[in-house]
Structures are given as structure tokens and as C-alpha cells.
Ligand binder design. Structure first.
Ligand code: NAD
Length: 391
């Protein structure tokens, strides 16, 4: 029998062969007609061959949907729902980054719902249990495999729409080293910095708890240590797994605390220019840390002492700047650019307005930004100056 409920945290499989272990678990749980959701790049590069062979051997009738694009749209989700209905699918198995996982979440919800995809956007809008839903995360950044959210782009309004409901948690997730090692350098860097952003925004959120602090801090430690190794030695499976675990813990933290201004601004940038989500976050992170420095001095200092292995040391304000310098050094080590050429001055005002609205409605930020602050950040992102002076 399939389990038609979502657990509090997905069961996880990791290491070499984790994707097949997850597929076996799905089959043993009763799925015989899965929809496999992925993108054409992963499919063409034969990264799913082992999975599809295994499912065939197990007697499954598989429908493959490879129409995922970065920053997926409502149309992509609707096409996936059509594929589920045509294939009479009894489960959804996503293989990919946040784009595949998010689109698959909403497909799994819309296929059982009486509501349209548009009507599922928002908070707690899922009216029926999802089709049993399983995830193989092939990037290590979004944490979508453990979050209760999905983000879908509305191409008409240039806005990203949020779908938030505990039912979006997958039943189980896998981090398969064989897939993670093929992530190219720029994607490794951008998605790793995305995970770091999640962890820092969770650690400095006003909605934090001892549990989210523990997961966020551990996520930061793992990403700081292992992201440069995974970037420099792409085939280092242990480093890849540690970054994936850091991203998972960061996701588990931020899905409880919410996010902050890095995400509020980057969502608008990606919706306007289709900028990769991780890259946009990575470029914004050092600027927003500087904006938050005074309000978060003790929190940044605590992270710095943890990273130095000196947790008994007393607080000193210098430690906050050392933490920011450390994030700058990591961004430099993984070649994150300082400038985003896409961002155009004519859009600054509307990006700022929408970013402030997103933060106001959704995030427990440590310090409130004004429109002028966002404009300064956008100016510095488009001109390449990292040092933003805030009044
Ligand atoms: P992505 O899923 O858009 O993937 C980017 C590219 O990487 C794709 O072209 C894909 O083919 C390629 N790729 C993925 N894995 C690979 C691998 N192992 N080897 C080689 N190539 C690989 O990127 P992402 O950053 O993981 O996801 C971004 C999306 O996630 C955005 O839409 C963002 O809004 C969303 N997001 C969701 C949450 C959430 O909680 N649900 C959180 C943050 C971001």
C-alpha cells in the first residue's frame, strides 16, 4: 500500500547507489506507475539510465517527464499534471535540482486536487494528500527535498509564486554521490552559496529556535569546510555528501524560520531576468550581511567563534566582521562574480518594491530595510562594488 501522508521529515538515503535504494523503497511501498520528473540535460546525459532500468526490472510502468526548466513556470507544472493523468501515475519521483523538485511537488498536489495549479499557490492551499512523492536531489543548495515550500515562476507578472504546505514534504529523499559529482563548478558554487544563505538567514531569523539554530550552525560549518573542497575536486564524493548534508540541514532550519532579504531580492531578480537562483543569492549575500551587521553582531560573532573552534571565547564585535570576511573569502574561492550584468536600472524600483513586500509578508528579518537600502544594494550589484554604505 502507498502511504498517503507526509511525515515530519523525509526518510533519507545517501551515498553511492542511493537513487536505486530510494526507488526500491518506493516500489516496496506499493508504487507501480511512477511519473519520473527531470530535465532533458540529466536524461540525455544518461544520469537516469540505472533508475529506469531498475524500475523496468521491477515491472513498473514508468512515464518520464523531462520538461523541467530552471525557475519552472505554471505551464511546466500543468504539462506534468497532464502527463500524470495520461500515464495513470500512482506516484511522483523527482530527479534534479530545486527546479525539478519544486515543479514535481506542485504536480503531485495538483493531480489529486480539485483546485487548479493557480489556486494552489499560497499558504496551506493543498486540499488533498499528494500522490506519494520521492526526491533525488542532484544539486546541494535549495534544500527543497526537506522544505514545505515550492517556488513557481509566473511569466505574466514576472513574480515567483510560493506554495507552502506541510504536505509538500516528500516521503523520502536521496543524495546519490554518483549524481552529485557531475555538478559543474559554477553550479556547485552557486547552489552551495544558496545553502549557506539559507543557513545564515535561518540563524539570524527572529523566528529561530534551539533546533533551527543547531541545524543552521551545523549546515554553515559543513558548507564552509566542504564547499571549497567539492569545488576544487569535483570527484570528491565525501565532500559532495557533506555539502549535500549541509544543504539538507539548512533547508530543515529555514523551512521553520523563514528567510530574509537575500531571498526577498533574489527572487525578484530571477523572476525578471531568469538568473540562476543560487548565483543571485551568492552575489547578494555579502551585501545583505553588511546591512545586517549591527543588528546581528552577536549572532555573526557566535558563528565566527564556532568556525574558529573557540566557542568559549567571549564576544567581541570584531568577530562579526571576521565572519563577513570569511563569507567573502569563500565566495572568492569558488569564483562567485561580484557583478550581475543582467540587472537593469529601469527595474530597480519595481524589484525593490516587490522585495520589500515579500519580506514584509513572509520573513522574520532581524532588521527592516527601506526602499533606499534595496536600491543601494541593486546599484552595487549592477556596478560591481561590494562595499555598500548604509545610513
Ligand atoms: P536547478 O534545479 O534549476 O538546476 C540548474 C541546472 O543544473 C539545470 O540545468 C540542471 O540540468 C543542472 N543540474 C542539476 N543537477 C545536476 C548534476 N548533478 N550534474 C549536472 N547538472 C546538473 O537549480 P537549483 O539551484 O537546484 O534550483 C533552483 C530552483 O529552486 C529555483 O526555482 C528556486 O526558486 C527554487 N528553490 C526552492 C526552494 C524550496 O524550498 N522549495 C528553496 C530555494 C530555491
Amino acid at each position: 500500500m502507498n502511504r498517503l501522508y507526509a511525515p515530519e521529515k523525509p526518510l533519507t538515503f545517501s551515498g553511492t547507489g542511493a537513487m536505486i535504494k530510494l526507488a526500491d523503497f518506493m516500489v516496496q511501498s506499493g508504487s507501480k506507475r511512477p511519473l519520473v520528473v527531470t530535465d532533458s540535460f540529466l536524461l540525455k546525459n544518461r544520469m537516469l539510465d540505472g533508475l529506469l532500468d531498475f524500475l523496468k526490472q521491477e515491472g513498473c510502468e514508468v512515464t518520464v517527464f523531462d520538461g523541467i526548466v530552471p525557475n519552472p513556470t505554471f505551464a511546466v507544472v500543468e504539462d506534468g499534471v497532464t502527463a500524470i493523468r495520461a500515464g495513470k501515475c500512482d506516484s511522483v519521483f523527482a530527479v534534479g535540482g530545486g527546479s525539478a523538485i519544486d515543479a514535481a511537488k506542485v504536480m503531485a498536489a495538483a493531480s489529486t486536487s480539485k483546485r487548479s495549479v493557480q489556486k494552489l499557490a499560497g499558504i496551506l492551499k493543498v486540499d488533498r494528500p499528494l500522490l506519494p512523492f520521492y526526491v533525488v536531489a542532484t544539486t546541494s543548495g535549495t534544500g527543497s527535498e526537506v522544505t514545505t515550500a515550492a517556488v513557481i515562476s509566473d511569466t505574466e507578472t514576472h513574480k515567483k509564486k510560493f506554495f507552502v504546505d506541510p504536505k509538500y514534504l516528500p516521503i523520502a529523499a536521496a543524495f546519490d554521490t554518483e549524481l552529485l559529482v557531475s555538478l559543474p563548478g559554477p553550479m556547485t558554487a552557486g547552489t552551495g552559496m544558496d545553502a549557506l544563505t539559507h543557513a545564515i538567514e535561518a540563524f539570524t531569523s527572529r523566528a529561530r529556535t534551539p533546533e533551527t539554530d543547531r541545524d543552521a550552525a551545523t549546515g554553515i560549518r559543513l558548507i564552509m569546510e566542504f564547499l571549497p573542497i567539492a569545488y576544487a575536486n569535483p570527484g570528491d564524493g565525501r565532500a559532495r555528501e557533506m555539502v549535500a548534508l549541509g544543504s539538507f540541514l539548512a533547508g530543515n532550519a529555514f523551512t521553520r524560520t523563514s528567510l530574509g532579504y537575500v531571498h526577498a531580492i533574489s527572487h525578484q531578480i530571477s523572476a525578471h531576468y531568469n538568473t540562476p537562483h543560487g548565483l543571485a543569492n551568492a552575489i547578494l549575500l555579502p551585501r545583505v550581511l553588511r546591512f545586517n551587521k549591527d543588528a546581528c553582531s552577536e549572532r555573526f560573532a557566535e558563528l565566527e567563534r564556532m568556525l574558529q573552534g573557540n566557542t568559549d571565547q567571549p564576544y567581541a564585535p570584531d568577530q562579526a566582521q571576521q565572519f563577513i570576511d570569511r563569507v567573502d573569502a569563500l565566495a572568492k574561492a569558488v569564483h562567485i562574480p561580484v557583478t550581475l550584468d543582467d540587472v537593469q536600472q529601469k527595474d530597480f524600483a519595481s524589484i525593490a518594491k516587490d522585495a520589500l513586500a515579500e519580506a514584509r509578508s513572509s520573513y522574520a528579518v532581524p532588521k527592516v530595510m527601506r526602499k533606499a537600502d534595496v536600491m543601494k544594494i541593486l546599484h552595487s550589484v549592477s556596478t560591481g562594488s561590494r562595499s555598500v554604505i548604509f545610513a
